[in-house]
Structures are given as structure tokens and as C-alpha cells.
Design a protein around this ligand. Structure first.
Ligand code: SF4
Length: 68
């Protein structure tokens, strides 16, 4: 396993949602691809969700910013 200190868990942009994982709030939430939800699954229409990227405590990226 990679041993890093600058992980999402230590990042100012990280919002923990549940133990071990959360959301990256570095940028505004982005829409995912529009999918067709069949009537059996939902309302029988096209559906677009907007969300922040889901990350794990141990993830990291080049946008890391230490917690204030
Ligand atoms: S390290 Fe990167 S992916 Fe993780 S919370 Fe920070 S900005 Fe988001």
C-alpha cells in the first residue's frame, strides 16, 4: 500500500460522508452523463444527476491543500 501524507483525509477540500470515504469539494458539483431510466426503475424519463466526486480517505490528487 502506498504511504502518503497528502491524502484526501488530510485535505481541506474533503468532506467525510461516512467512515473511510466522502466527497471532494474542490470544484462545484458536476453533472454525470444523462441516462435513460426505464419506467420500471423510475419515471420513464431521462435523468441527470449532479454530484461531487466520491473519494476514499486514502485517495490523493495534485490539487491537495492542507487543512487549515
Ligand atoms: S486530495 Fe484531491 S481529490 Fe482528495 S479531497 Fe483533496 S482535492 Fe479532492
Amino acid at each position: 500500500m502506498e504511504n502518503r501524507e497528502n491524502t484526501c483525509e488530510q485535505c481541506d477540500y474533503y468532506l467525510q460522508v461516512q467512515p473511510g470515504s466522502g466527497e471532494c469539494r474542490r470544484y462545484a458539483p458536476q453533472p454525470n452523463r444523462t441516462i435513460y431510466a426505464s419506467r420500471a426503475e423510475a419515471t420513464g424519463g431521462y435523468k441527470t444527476d449532479v454530484h461531487w466526486p466520491k473519494v476514499y480517505d486514502s485517495n490523493w490528487c495534485g490539487e491537495f491543500k492542507a487543512k487549515r
